[in-house]
Design a protein around this ligand. Structure first.
Ligand SMILES: Nc1ncnc2c1ncn2[C@@H]1O[C@H](COP(=O)(O)OP(=O)(O)O)[C@@H](O)[C@H]1O
Ligand SMILES: O=P(O)(O)OC[C@H](O)CO
Length: 494
C-alpha cells in the first residue's frame, strides 16, 4: 500500500489542478494551469469548455507521469470542481453548445427577479435562494438563446452537467452521465430533502428532465476512464463540489465544525449534521456530503469575490505584480488608514444577495496608494466573513474556531486580521490543498483505502493557530465604518 497514490482533479474557477496524494495526505505530484476568464458583457463571465478540458487533461498527464516515475500506483481518481458553473453539451459530439456560464455570471438577474414570488417554494425544496448564481436559470438561458437547443434537448440529444459531470463524461468517453449530491444541490433543481431532481422546479425553470445527470453519493462508482485518455482504466470513485470537498478535506465531520475557504470567492460551511438548518438570514442550506445514502447537511455563507479582489489589483489595474505582495503592502499601514473596498464586482452574496451591487471604494485621499488598495481588498474579505459569522449566530449555530484554506490563507496578515475581526481562533492546516485532499479522501473511501471518517480525520495536522490580538474598541470602530460602506454600496445599487 505504501506506493499507492490517489489522483485528485481540482477544476477551479481560475485554474485546473491535479494532485497525486499519498495516503497520509502528502503530495507526490502537483500540476496546475490557469485558464482564460471571458467577460463578454457587463456582469457576464464565461469559460471555454475546451480550455477547461485541455488544462485538466494536461495537468493529469503531468502528475501521472511524475507519480509513475516515483514508482507510485494510482489507485483511483477523485474530482472536485467550481460549483454551479453550467455546461450543456451535445451527447453525439461531446461538444458544448455554448461556453460554460460561470457561477459569477449575472446575466439571468432579470429573469430571477421576474419569478421572485416563487422564491419561498424554491428555498423550501433546495435550501437555496432564487439567484442567477445557481445553475437552473443558466441552463434555461442556454436552452432559450442557443438556436435549436431546446428542440435537441427534448429529443434527448443534449446533456447538462456541472464541471464534474462534464469531466466524467469526457474521461469515460461518453459512458457516464452522472454527478454527486453536493453538486446537484447547487443547481436550484434538486430537492435536498428527498435527494431527487424535483418536478416542480423543473417545471418552473422549464427544463426537460432528460438532460439531467444521475445523482450519486460522494463516494461511489462514477465511471471508469477510457484508457485512450489517461493511459489506463482508472476508476473515478469520489466527487464533491469544491467547497464541500474542502469540508471533507478539513475533516469537519461533526456538527458545529466550520471551514472557510479563501479562493477566488470565499465560502464558509458549517456542518449541521443530519438536520438541514433553514436560515432566516439568507445563508444557504446545502448538502455537506452524502455517504452510503446518508446526507450530512451544511449551512453556507457565500462571498463572491475574495482572492478575485487581489487578482483585480494584479491583472485588472496593475497595482500589484504578485498576489503575495499584498501582505507586505498591508503590513505597511496602521488600522486607521481609512480606505474601504466593498467588493461587489459580481454583486454581493450572503447575507445581502444583491446581484445589482457593484464594487465601491470609500475614503480615498491624495495619500492613497497601492498599499491602501491591497489592505482594503484583504480587509474586505475579513469584514464579509464577520457578516457571515453574525448571520450564522442569528440562525442559532456557531463555532468557536474556524479552519481556513484556499490560496489566500498563505497570507499571514490576512489570517491574523480575520482572527482579530472574528474574535475566534483561526486554524490553518499543514495541507492547505483541502479541496483536492477532500476529493482524494472520498475516492479513497469508495476504493476501500480508508475504512472510515475517523481514519481520515487522523491525517489532519495544524500548521498555525492564530489568536485574537486586536483591542475591541478599534475592532468595533472598523466594523461600524464597514457597515456604513456596505449601506452606501447597496443604496447606490438601487
Ligand atoms: N499571498 C496571497 N495573498 C492574498 N491572496 C492570494 C495570495 N496568494 C494567492 N492569492 C489569491 O488566491 C486566489 C487563488 O486561490 P485558489 O484557492 O487557488 O483559488 P481557486 O480555487 O478559486 O482558483 C487568487 O485569487 C489569488 O489572488
Ligand atoms: O473556484 P473557487 O474555489 O473559487 O470556488 C467556486 C465555488 O465553488 C462557487 O460556488
Amino acid at each position: 500500500m505504501s506506493n499507492t497514490g490517489i489522483l485528485s482533479i481540482d477544476q477551479g474557477t481560475t485554474s485546473s489542478r491535479a494532485i497525486v496524494f499519498a495516503l497520509n495526505g502528502h503530495q507526490i505530484a502537483n500540476a496546475q494551469q490557469e485558464f482564460t476568464q471571458h467577460y463578454p458583457a457587463n456582469g457576464w463571465v464565461e469559460h471555454d469548455v475546451e480550455e477547461i478540458w485541455s488544462t485538466t487533461l494536461d495537468s493529469c498527464k503531468t502528475v501521472i507521469s511524475q507519480a509513475t516515475n516515483k514508482g507510485v500506483d494510482i489507485a483511483c481518481i477523485g474530482i472536485t470542481n467550481q460549483r454551479e458553473t453550467t455546461v450543456v453539451w451535445n451527447k453525439d459530439t461531446g461538444k458544448a453548445i455554448h461556453p460554460a456560464i460561470v457561477w459569477q455570471d449575472r446575466r439571468t438577474a432579470g429573469y430571477c427577479e421576474s419569478i421572485k414570488d416563487r422564491e419561498a417554494m424554491v428555498n423550501s425544496k433546495t435550501g437555496l435562494l432564487l439567484d442567477p448564481y445557481f445553475s437552473a436559470s443558466k441552463i434555461k438561458w442556454i436552452l432559450d438563446e442557443v438556436q435549436g437547443a431546446r428542440r435537441l434537448a427534448i429529443k434527448g440529444k443534449l446533456a447538462f452537467g456541472t464541471i464534474d459531470s462534464f469531466l466524467i463524461w469526457r474521461l469515460t468517453n461518453g459512458k457516464a452521465h452522472v454527478t454527486d449530491a453536493t453538486n446537484a444541490s447547487r443547481t436550484n433543481l434538486f430537492n435536498i430533502h428527498t435527494q431527487q431532481w424535483d418536478e416542480d422546479l423543473l417545471t418552473l425553470f422549464d427544463i426537460p428532465p432528460c438532460i439531467l445527470p444521475e445523482v450519486l453519493d460522494c463516494a461511489a462508482e462514477f465511471g471508469t476512464c477510457d484508457p485512450s485518455i489517461l493511459g489506463k482504466d482508472y476508476r473515478i470513485t469520489g466527487v464533491a463540489g469544491d467547497q464541500q470537498a474542502a469540508l471533507v478535506g478539513q475533516s469537519c465531520f461533526s456538527p458545529g465544525d466550520l471551514k472557510s475557504t479563501y479562493g477566488t470567492g470565499c465560502f464558509a460551511l458549517l456542518n449541521t449534521g443530519d438536520t438541514p438548518v433553514s436560515s432566516s438570514h439568507k445563508l444557504l442550506t446545502t448538502v455537506g456530503y452524502r455517504l452510503n445514502g446518508k446526507t450530512t447537511y451544511a449551512l453556507e455563507g457565500a462571498i463572491f469575490t475574495a482572492g478575485a479582489n487581489i487578482q483585480w489589483l494584479r491583472d485588472g489595474i496593475g497595482v500589484l505584480q504578485h498576489a503575495k505582495q499584498s501582505q507586505v503592502l498591508a503590513e505597511s499601514l496602521d488600522y486607521d488608514h481609512g480606505v474601504f473596498l466593498v467588493p461587489g464586482f459580481a454583486g454581493l452574496g450572503a447575507p445581502h444577495w444583491n446581484p445589482n451591487a457593484r464594487a465601491s471604494l470609500f475614503g480615498m485621499t491624495r495619500a492613497t496608494g497601492p498599499a491602501h488598495f491591497a489592505r482594503a481588498a484583504l480587509e474586505a474579505v475579513c469584514y464579509q466573513s464577520h457578516e457571515l459569522q453574525t448571520a450564522m449566530r442569528k440562525d442559532g449555530v456557531s463555532s468557536n474556531n474556524v479552519w481556513v484554506d484556499g490560496g489566500m490563507v498563505a497570507n499571514d496578515w490576512l489570517c491574523q486580521f480575520l482572527c482579530d475581526i472574528l474574535q475566534v481562533e483561526v486554524q490553518r492546516p499543514k495541507i492547505m490543498e483541502s479541496t483536492a485532499l477532500g476529493a482524494a479522501f472520498l475516492a479513497g473511501l469508495q476504493a476501500g483505502i480508508y475504512e472510515s471518517l475517523d481514519e481520515i480525520s487522523a491525517v489532519k495536522t495544524v500548521d498555525r493557530v492564530f489568536i485574537p490580538e486586536l483591542g475591541d474598541k478599534t475592532r468595533q470602530r472598523l466594523l461600524k465604518k464597514w457597515a456604513l460602506a456596505v449601506k452606501a454600496t447597496l443604496a447606490f445599487a438601487e
